[in-house]
Design a protein around this ligand. Structure first.
Ligand code: NAP
Length: 314
């Protein structure tokens, strides 16, 4: 029996693990992919306080090391089922079943898909959601980036370090991204914009060789075809919370988990932290902050249950 099981090893889960480990809780962190979550795919992180510039991959690895140094155990597995009610919380993975006194839900969010025909078929064969993983394949080739938020512009600027040209396809004629990112994109000679447009279809043979765009103002269709060389299509249009496992169990709004300021869900002993929470700002620093709060409150919850809570902590 663990004191605490943390579902997900993104910045929220790892930060929760660090605090729980330091509080000497017997803690297990379960993650199906790599530590760091979404940030592992970000090249340059320059807005984590105290660190001028770091790769997302390095943040994830360092946070894991910190949690491990304080005794957290890690399991790499897919979570299949959770039982959150009662004093003993149960987590079933594809390989085992675990029990704990408390649980922190920190499974984050995943990339939103365009939903165009051909998108799923050509994922990994010309369609990508991760520039750190795939930008280098497009050295001296053209790349199309879908989206207009911080992620799309940030990633387009990174991809421009490799590609000949980066064309940003956005459904409106104004970017959502922050002013500083916009300024950098507008100043970059390799970055171009295709406004008011959506990807209608992605076609190919073994790899993508055509994308069909629709102008949303005129309904005009344009086909972009690979002539002699292939091109890449990268999609950065936001995220969808990874909360389907908790549906009907914890209170949610639009798929995002509702918590109070202390990261409590509606179930005693069940906390939520990071991007799967209903909130307005989703940054590494806010995920880490959520995790710290959840970790500390999990410790408090367990002590309360066991009657060992220090009076001054109440
Ligand atoms: P976002 O801010 O929600 O932006 C999503 C973009 O995709 C918007 O421009 C949106 O268009 C477009 N979009 C949404 N659904 C679409 C669809 N079905 N088809 C076509 N376009 C669609 O998401 P994000 O850029 O992934 O950022 C998420 C969070 O992470 C934000 O808080 C952001 O600040 C943060 N972030 C920060 C950095 C950084 O500071 N360096 C980097 C990455 C992410 P509309 O504008 O028309 O709605």
């Amino acid at each position: 029996m663990y004191d605490l099981i943390i579902l997900g090893a993104g910045p929220a889960g790892l930060s929760a693990g660090l605090y729980a480990g330091r509080a000497k809780l017997k803690t297990l962190i379960i993650e199906k992919a790599i530590e760091g979550g979404q940030i592992a795919g970000t090249t340059d992180v320059e807005n984590y306080p105290g660190i001028k510039m770091i790769s997302g991959m390095e943040i994830g690895m360092t946070m894991r090391e910190q949690a491990e140094n304080f005794g957290c155990e890690f399991v790499s597995d897919t979570i299949e089922e959770v039982e959150l009610e009662g004093n003993v919380k149960k987590v079933k993975t594809s390989g085992a079943e675990y029990e704990a006194k408390s649980v922190i839900l920190a499974t984050g969010a995943q990339a939103r898909k365009i939903g165009a025909p051909g998108e799923a078929e050509f994922e990994g064969r010309g369609v990508s959601y991760c520039s750190t993983c795939d930008a280098a394949f497009y050295q001296d080739l053209d790349v199309y980036v879908v989206g207009g938020g911080d992620a799309a512009i940030d990633e387009a600027l990174f991809i421009a370090k490799f590609a000949s040209n980066v064309y940003i396809i956005h459904r409106r004629d104004q970017l959502r991204a922050s002013k500083s990112l916009q300024d950098r994109a507008f100043a970059n000679e390799k970055v171009h914009f295709i406004w008011d447009s959506a990807v209608e279809e992605i076609k190919g043979d073994k790899i993508v060789n055509e994308i069909v765009l629709k102008n949303l103002k005129t309904n005009e269709l344009t086909s972009i075809k690979a002539e002699d060389e292939p091109f890449g299509t990268f999609v950065f249009i936001g995220y969808i919370p990874e909360t389907s496992l908790y549906e009907g169990k914890v209170n949610m709004d639009g798929g995002y988990i509702l918590t109070d300021d202390e990261m409590n869900t509606n179930i005693p002993g069940v906390f939520a932290a990071g991007d799967l929470r209903k909130k307005t700002v989703r940054q590494v620093v806010t995920a880490a902050s959520d995790g710290a709060i959840a970790g500390i409150n999990a410790e408090k919850y367990i002590a309360e249950q066991e009657g060992t809570l220090y009076e001054g902590f109440k």
